[in-house]
Structures are given as C-alpha cells and as structure tokens.
Design a protein. Structure first.
Length: 529
C-alpha cells in the first residue's frame, strides 16, 4: 500500500474542516428553496392570467419615456422603483432592437410578450421576501425548522401569490420591507457591526418607500432599533448624529429611485395629491367608512382570509400570530417593538382612509409570518409530552401542505380560463342542489345551454323569490358589487387568478358569481329583476 506524503496528509486534513464549514453555512439555508419553488412554479403556471387594470398604464409609461427621450415616468401615483424594474426587464431585448430594422421597441413594450416577461421579473423579485423571512428567523431563533415555517406561511399564501404576478409595486414593496426587517434584526443580533446593518436597513427602507409612499413609515422601526440598541453614551455622537445619517440615507435612496420628486415636481405633486384624494374620499366599489369599519374589515382579512383560502386554517395561523406576538414580547420586548411597530402603525393609518384596496396590505404580511413561526414554536415548547409536540407539528405541516396543493389547483384554473370548465362546474352545482331556487341571468342561461343543460325546475327567471342569484361579474354586475366583503359572495365559478370577493371589478376573465337572493336584491343592478 502506498504511503501518504506529509503534504497530501496536510491537504486532506485542511480540506475536511473547509468542507464541514461550507456545509454548516449552506445546508441550513437550503430548506427555504421548497416554499420558494412552489411559489415560483405556480406563479409561472398562472402567469398568463389575462388583464389587470393598471398594467397597460404601467407598461405605457415606459413607452412614453422612450418616445419622449426623457427617462422619467411623468406619473407619480406610485414612486418609480416599479418604472425602473419594468425598464430593466426590457434590457435583454435592447441588443436585438438596435440590430433589427423591423423591431420597434415601443411596440414591443406594449405587447403581451413584454408584459409576460415583466411579470416574471416582478414574480421572481417578490418571492425573495420568502428568503428574507427565512434568514431573519434563522438569525433570530437559530432554528431552521422555525425559519422554514415562517417562510412557508408567507410563500404558500394564495393572497400573496396571486398578487406577486402583477406588474404593480405591491409585491416589490413587500419584498423590500422584509429585507428591511432582516437588516434590523441583524443590527440587533450583530452588535459589532450594528451601524453597517442599520445603514443597510435605511437603504432597504428607502427602496421600499420608492416602491410605495406609505412605506415611509419604516422610518419608525429603523430609528427605534437605533434607540433600543443605544449604549446611552455620547448622546450626539452615538444617537442624534447616526439618526440623522439614517434618515439621510433612507431619503437619498428614495430620491435616487424617484428623481421625479425634484426633477418633475409639478407632475409629482399632482400624482401625490391624487393618491391622497383617492384614499381619503374613497374609490368606486372599494369605498368604505374610515375608522372602525375599515379596521374591522382589515382584521377580517388578516384573521379569516390571509393565511389560507380556507377560513378555519387562516384563523388557526392568525391565532399563532397573537401567540407569537405575546411570546416575542415576553422574551425580548425590544425586538417585539421593532417587529410590531410598523404593522401596527400601518394598519392604524389605513384604517383612517375611505378606500380599502387589499394589495396595500401585502407589506404587512412578512411581519405577521415571522410571528406565526414564533407562535407555533412557543406552543410546542410549552408542551411536555413529546407525542403532543409531534401532533402539533404534524397538524401545522398538514395545513401548509393544503395551502401548497391549493396553489397548484388555483394555477390550473388559470390555464383553463378560456374553456367551458366553469360553466360545467356551475351546471353540476345546480344539479346537485335541486331544492335551491336559483335566479340566473340571461347571459348565464345562454352559456348553460351551450354546455347542454336544459331548463331545470330550480332555475328562476325572476329574482323575487329566488334563494340564490347567479350572474356574470362583468356582463351583469360591473361596478355593482361592493368589494372587501367575502361574506357576501358565496362562491364563484371561474379562474382563481384573484380573490374576486376583494376585487369585484376585476377586468380579466368573467366568472359566474353566486350570492344569496336577499343580498342580490339589494344590489342596484338587480333592483328591477
């Protein structure tokens, strides 16, 4: 047998610790790939979901900038991070545009191919929020299972996943907010490099504000983290001056992303005033009373809708949010203040407004997902019986699997959006409920006939004595059904590319909406039916 030389022996012994160190640093991060993969795959399957209200305008601002040779959106209802991301999504086609005589960049920008490519960019960037939440909990709790739980709660939420397909700023804002919170936690748990992480958090907060103005409230947890980690020495040098620096960094980052604030002040102020007016006065079917009603509607969403399309599952996870908030406060009230400050202030601010548009709440979800993970872990820690611990863990895992399976199911309905699948499903529903008298509009009746359904004794031509009403959301009831009332719509038969009960003017594929007859009779479009 050949002898091993001293040099070879040294090489092997030094390689082993290196390999071990690599494994220790990389392996704990790998589990986050699972919820991220589910989110990305289902997002790509359902990417071609049809129309969205804002996307043609958002893409059009790029075309306008190219046409005018002024690289500004000239539109400031939103800040400009979204504008730059759309522009960046065009970069792969620019070389071809320069070389080809037949390629017209402006026409491409407004094409469906460009829109789908941009949706991919927004989807991928938004899913990074799953990674940031995972790393945040890993830094804080040093437990990959708890980190995976929090990341999965976020990454397997249907409400999150259909929003992040849109070319709108909300998913991007959510992602940068999660990154901001990650840096704040690093500032707390890495005191030796605290100011580095606080400056990184200020940059991330500036990018979040550059996505949507209301994210400026992130200045609160940013400065709060600085204060709570202050050593109470040299007030000006270690607190006042760093606070000014952080505000400057956050503000400068915002201005770099949205230079129109100073370069195009007239249009900027007009856009900002329009947004303030919309939210303070209301917006079409999204109008709601400010104060307690708005607050309670948001709580209904967070507790019964956000975490799952199945209300009991959503409620279970929401209860874990409350447990997680309690456990975090009990264990480290400084950290609890940092995590809770933004979502509490943000929800209270929006509860004073008269327009409730659900996508604004996406930014809060990473904060809540972090607390869900802590809540579940805390409950498990309190259980003395190992079997009881396994049961709780298994139930939570099963609920997350249900959410994941739903994402694939919902994505498939988007693939089937142009087929007669949903008319057939409604016909099957009618046949399965012969004792329910259902009013159907002529448009619905026409499509039922196309799938071979003949007149049925439980179909009514009048709404007066009907138990239920079935109608098309666009053809029959556009601008008629109030949004944000999931308790009003019993169900709908159509693709699951959006939570229709919160977006009742959705311009995509039409769907058959089922409501109780007494509620339908209150709608202005059915007063005389």
């Amino acid at each position: 047998m050949a002898a091993t030389s001293p040099a070879e022996s040294h090489s092997q012994s030094s390689a082993t610790p290196l390999k071990s160190s690599w494994a220790k640093s990389v392996l704990p991060i790998l589990p986050v790939l699972l919820p991220m993969a589910v989110s990305l795959i289902t997002g790509l399957i359902g990417l071609d979901f049809g129309r969205h209200w804002d996307e043609p305008y958002n893409m059009g601002f790029i075309a306008t900038a190219i046409r005018s040779h002024v690289l500004l959106p000239r539109y400031y209802n939103y800040p400009s991070v979204m504008f730059w991301l759309i522009f960046a999504s065009l970069l792969p086609v620019l070389p071809g545009a320069i070389r080809s005589e037949n390629f017209h960049l402006i026409d491409y920008v407004q094409s469906n191919a460009a829109l789908l490519n941009t949706r991919i960019v927004f989807l991928v960037i938004s899913t990074l929020a799953i990674v940031w939440v995972y790393l945040l909990v890993l830094v804080w709790r040093k437990n990959w299972k708890e980190a995976l739980l929090s990341a999965s709660v976020l990454g397997l939420s249907w409400e999150v996943n259909y929003h992040i397909r849109w070319v709108t700023p909300d998913g991007i804002m959510m992602q940068f907010a999660a990154l901001t919170l990650l840096f704040l936690v690093l500032a707390i748990y890495r005191p030796g490099s605290k100011f580095f992480w606080l400056k990184a958090a200020a940059i991330a907060a500036g990018l979040t504000t550059g996505s949507k103005y209301t994210a400026a409230l992130l200045i609160v947890p940013l400065l709060l983290t600085l204060y709570l980690t202050w050593d109470h020495k040299a007030l000006f040098r270690t607190l006042i001056l760093p606070a000014a620096q952080l505000c400057f960094i956050m503000g400068l980052t915002y201005l770099i992303t949205t230079p129109g604030t100073v370069l195009d002040p007239v249009n900027f102020l007009e856009g900002l005033k329009l947004q303030l007016r919309i939210y303070s006065h209301g917006h079409e079917v999204h109008t709601i009373n400010g104060g307690s009603e708005h607050f309670l509607r948001m709580m209904q969403f967070f507790s019964l809708v956000l975490f799952s399309p199945f209300a009991p599952i959503a409620l279970i996870f929401f209860l874990f949010v409350l447990v997680g908030a309690y456990a975090t406060w009990k264990e480290n009230w400084n950290l609890a203040l940092v995590i809770l400050a933004f979502p509490v202030l943000y929800i209270l601010y929006f509860s004073t407004q008269r327009a409730m548009i659900l996508r604004n709440q996406l930014i809060v979800i990473p904060f809540l997902a972090v607390l869900v993970g802590r809540g579940v872990a805390y409950v498990v820690e309190q259980l003395r019986n190992p079997m009881a611990r396994r049961v709780v863990a298994s139930v939570v895992a099963a609920l997350l699997i249900v959410n994941g399976v739903w994402l694939f199911y919902a994505a498939q309905t988007i693939v089937d959006r142009s087929t007669d699948r949903f008319t057939r499903e409604f016909a099957a529903y009618i046949s399965a409920h012969p004792n329910e008298h259902v009013y159907v509009t002529p448009a619905v009746m026409t499509d039922l006939a196309l799938v071979g359904m003949k007149a049925s004794s439980n179909l009514n031509s009048s709404l007066d004595d009907a138990d239920l009403a079935a109608f098309y959301g666009l053809k029959d009831a556009l601008e008629c059904i109030p949004a944000n009332r999931p308790d009003t719509i019993l169900r709908w038969f159509g693709p699951l590319e959006v939570d229709y009960s919160y977006y009742t003017t959705w311009p995509g594929n039409d769907r058959i909406v089922l409501m109780r007859g007494d509620q339908a009779r209150q709608l202005p479009c059915f007063k005389d039916k």
